[in-house]
Design a protein around this ligand. Structure first.
Ligand SMILES: Nc1ncnc2c1ncn2[C@@H]1O[C@H](COP(=O)(O)OP(=O)(O)O)[C@@H](O)[C@H]1O
Ligand SMILES: O=P(O)(O)OC[C@H]1O[C@](O)(COP(=O)(O)O)[C@@H](O)[C@@H]1O
Length: 301
């Protein structure tokens, strides 16, 4: 079973305001609200692809109700733990350029942390746990490492999609996969990564620090894959960016789906990149049809 952990879920509130005028009353042309947060998005894309997973994490308040209801209505299985605070709202302003404002995270009480440990204790060898997204401020920033340290030795495959301290501390637990974007990987090594070749060089350093497989996504420049034996650079078709939200999460879901349905690493990487681009070039998430259309246009070098 694949489990996704979203410690900090959100309602993603997408609002189209063009032209956006700072300091003025702006009227929106369109709006769209969706349950978000990186692990939740991975589970949503897995479900679109026909693969079961279970969402873990915390929800609270009317925003938490919305998140749970959306998952239930769309058939995504969850074991979200209720908290008394309110899940955040992340605003995605779509104007000439996209601007994101991430809301304030709720506090996670100690009892809720105990409940999560009880759920995680039930994971078994061969399960996957995707630890994805930001860590609420009330939790230790290295909580992913603590979880990975407990579950890795049990044979749970760990996938880490995080940045900053959460990423740095997690590498030593030998995650099966990490998927930073080029900015996040650059921040890890305090450099600016501008090209796929540079991403390969720093992806190799992440392998040296413990990651078993590394995908570095570079938005419209595609992505690179590095492990101890293999290096691939994926070129993607150009198209009009429609939605960058969830593109990275679609890469993670795409890789897990393809790898767990028998694809070799190179093909799983190609499928993952096609899933990311299918989301970036669509309203909402990728579909199997859009992925199938893009897959032959992905070049793997
Ligand atoms: N403008 C774009 N055109 C086509 N594909 C894109 C575009 N932006 C992102 N993608 C696809 O989505 C993947 C993830 O995008 P990226 O922005 O790097 O991730 P994240 O959302 O984690 O920051 C890329 O590897 C690429 O396949
Ligand atoms: O937990 P974080 O790092 O604040 O990220 C949360 C945001 O990331 C998303 O999961 C999108 O992530 P990606 O665009 O990287 O795939 C949104 O749904 C959510 O608003």
């Amino acid at each position: 079973m694949i489990y996704t952990l979203t410690l900090n879920p959100s309602i993603d509130y997408h609002i189209w305001v063009a032209p956006f005028q700072e300091g003025q009353i702006n009227r929106a042309q369109k709006e769209w609200k969706a349950a978000g947060g990186k692990g939740i998005n991975v589970s949503k894309v897995l479900q679109i692809l026909g693969m079961d997973s279970t969402v873990l994490g915390y929800v609270g308040g009317f925003t938490g109700e919305f998140i749970q209801q959306e998952l239930e209505q769309t058939g995504v299985v969850h074991q979200l733990i209720p908290i008394s605070g309110e899940s955040r709202i992340n605003v995605k302003i779509k104007a000439e350029r996209e601007t994101d404002i991430s809301g304030v995270s709720p506090a996670i009480p100690a009892e809720a942390v105990e409940q999560l440990w009880a759920q995680l204790d039930r994971l078994q060898a061969g399960d996957y746990l995707v630890l994805a997204g930001s860590v609420p401020e009330s939790l230790p920033s290295d909580i992913y490492q603590t979880i990975m340290n407990k579950l890795g030795p049990k044979g749970v495959h760990l996938v880490l999609d995080a940045k900053g301290k959460a990423l740095r501390s997690g590498l030593s637990e030998r995650p099966f996969l990490i998927k930073p974007n080029h900015h996040e990987l650059g921040e890890l090594f305090e450099v600016e990564i501008r090209t796929p070749q540079e991403a390969v060089a720093y992806g190799r350093k992440a392998v040296e620090l413990g990651a078993q497989n590394v995908i570095v996504s570079l938005a419209e420049q595609g992505a690179v894959f590095v492990n101890r034996q293999e290096t691939y650079i994926a070129r993607i078709p150009t198209g009009k960016l429609v939605n960058s939200i969830g593109a990275g999460d679609s890469v993670v879901a795409g890789f897990l789906y393809a790898y767990n349905t028998g694809s070799v690493v190179k093909d799983a990487f190609s499928f993952a990149v096609a899933a990311g681009s299918a989301t970036a070039l669509s309203e909402g998430f990728c579909t199997p049809e859009k992925i199938a259309e893009l897959l032959p246009q992905i070049t793997i070098l």
